[in-house]
Design a binder for this molecule. Structure first.
Ligand code: TXE
Length: 496
């Protein structure tokens, strides 16, 4: 262990200062590759800390919202530049995030460095929102301006906390809101260090940061009378609680929840090793713990054997182990609860007679069997639709592969889910791709690709059905934090 790996304790950030949670309460963060190893301690905020954070944001709102869109956009650009200027600090936080999260070093570096890009994107949209819409009469002239809502509570999960915050934090700020950010209980250290850095760059009270148990501080935050926007990313289970709590004050919510994203490989899809490798990363980047990951694969029967062979070969190249090692391509699952979900799905498939193949290699057998949350990517071939691995979100290294005869059958299977986050269509025919995509009940469809590496951040992102409400990213993601305000007058009075 290098001295970079010293056990650290992170704090919360309220009203312009970093401090311990009330009473100094902390909780342990473990290394999912070696669960007995404590990586650090995160501050365990309580209801009092939540109230102080919300009140700090509320007090900071008048001055921040009175700045022009341009002034706020420039502040975001300034912060974006500072996020990666200290290379040693970026390396430290990236290594820390691999040790507490499990994901490989290449991914944690991305997580620590791309947040600035989303600050810049939001700043650009800020310049656009600043321009009031003009609707000329007669009989009336009307302008539509966009005003901030107030205090926004931003709640994120453990899988890609900073990238997910990049889809809501700069957008909330550029529209003039002040924020309270709540990071997940899991792998909270590097996100907390990063967010405390960001919070300190804004005027007092504009950005406040909490870590702690969502079961204890979630409702006090989303049900707080001074909170005027809630933007939540996480499970549908908690999404329901957030809606209930926010209803108390009629607080608008944006929910980005689970997904069970289907890929449709049509009979005319272009398939080769490069495509199968992309499919591998679409399904198993971050050990499969991504909302927009490829989670169900439907293949036309004529191409099924070819896909099984090619995709399996790509999966067999996985190297499972400690995410800090350069040769590792897949780290452990993030936590014991998620690990059990995935292992139970694989065991159920086997118990019900499905053919299951665990792929890849684990060079350090002792580590792999040493109690860490390691699971080789498991493929369930010709999976029965009744299996949990097909019906539920695995959010981990397991994937069902099914075959279909007709397009109608594939579309019906893909839509047979209470989720509707993402999907993908793989075909050589662009017109057919769009036609099939428009038949899918999903907020985002990738063509000949799937997942974060195929994501266009300019497109609004969010789900149909129980995958959520509202959209993040794109221009819609900014408008979600603004209140349209129509101002009308007699024709000629307002707009000359
Ligand atoms: O989510 P949780 P987790 C889904 C995916 C995964 C599941 C678990 O299905 O299996 O979520 O991930 C806070 N009021 N997705 O554990 O439990 C909690 O502290 C307010 C899909 O991260 O929902 C954490 O900060 N907040 C998703 C956050 O909610 C509460 C990506 C999420 O916790 C709360 C990630 C409460 N009552 C997970 N209780 C996607 N679509 O991107 C807890 N929290």
């Amino acid at each position: 262990m290098s001295n970079m790996d010293n056990v650290i304790t992170t704090e919360i950030f309220i009203n312009g200062e970093s401090r311990p949670a009330t009473g100094g309460a902390v909780y342990d963060i473990h290394n999912p590759a070696r669960p007995k190893e404590i990586v650090g301690h995160a501050a365990a905020a309580n209801e009092k800390d939540v109230d102080q954070a919300v009140r700090a944001a509320h007090a900071a709102f008048p001055a921040w919202s009175e700045l022009s869109y341009g002034e706020r956009a420039n502040k975001l650009r300034e912060v974006a530049a500072k996020l990666t200027e200290d290379e040693e600090d970026v390396k430290y936080r990236s290594r820390l995030f691999t040790r507490e999260h499990g994901k490989i070093a290449r991914e944690t570096l991305l997580e620590m460095t791309r947040l600035g890009d989303r600050f810049l994107q939001a700043a650009g949209y800020g310049d656009r929102v600043a321009i009031d819409e003009e609707i000329k009469g007669p009989p009336f002239d009307t302008i539509v301006t966009r005003q901030p809502a107030g205090v926004a509570a931003l709640i994120v999960p453990w899988n890609w906390p900073l990238s997910i915050l990049g889809a809501k934090l700069p957008q909330a700020l550029v529209t003039g809101n002040t924020v309270v950010v709540k990071i997940s209980e899991y792998s909270a250290l590097a996100p907390a260090l990063t967010l405390l850095k960001i919070a300190a760059l804004f005027p007092t009270g504009v950005v406040n940061v909490l870590t702690g148990d969502g079961r204890e501080i979630g409702d006090p935050l989303t049900g707080h009378p001074l909170v005027r926007r809630v933007n939540f990313t996480g499970s549908a289970r908690v999404g329901r609680m957030v809606m209930k709590s926010a209803a108390e004050n009629i607080t608008p919510v944006t929910l980005e929840l689970g997904g069970n994203d289907a890929a449709l490989i049509l009979e005319d899809a272009e398939l080769n090793d490069e495509v199968f490798t992309r499919m591998y990363w679409a399904a198993f980047a971050s050990t499969g713990q991504i909302c927009m990951a490829l989670k169900r694969m439907y293949v036309h029967e004529k191409r099924y054997d070819e896909v099984v062979d090619g995709f399996t070969a790509a999966c067999e190249r996985a190297v499972i182990g400690d995410g800090l090692l350069p040769e590792t391509t897949m780290g452990p699952v993030n936590n014991a609860g998620q690990f059990k979900i995935v292992v139970d799905m694989i065991n159920e498939a086997r118990a019900k007679g499905a053919e299951v193949r665990e792929c890849g290699s684990a060079p350090d057998e002792e580590l792999y069997k040493g109690g860490g949350y390691f699971q080789k990517p498991a493929l369930v071939y010709d999976a029965d639709p009744s299996l949990s691995i097909v019906k539920d979100e695995q959010f981990g290294p397991a994937l069902p592969i099914m075959k279909f005869k007709t397009e109608d059958e594939a579309v019906a299977a893909a839509n047979d889910s209470e989720f509707g986050l993402c999907s993908s269509v793989w075909t050589s025919d662009a017109e057919r791709a769009v036609r099939v995509a428009k038949r899918l009940e999903a907020g985002y469809t990738y063509l000949n690709g799937h997942g974060p590496m195929a994501q266009d951040g300019r497109g609004p992102f969010g789900g149909f059905k129980q995958s959520g409400i509202g959209r993040n990213l794109g221009y819609d993601g900014v408008l979600a934090f603004a209140e349209p305000h129509s101002i009308s007058g007699p024709a000629g009075f307002l707009l000359g």
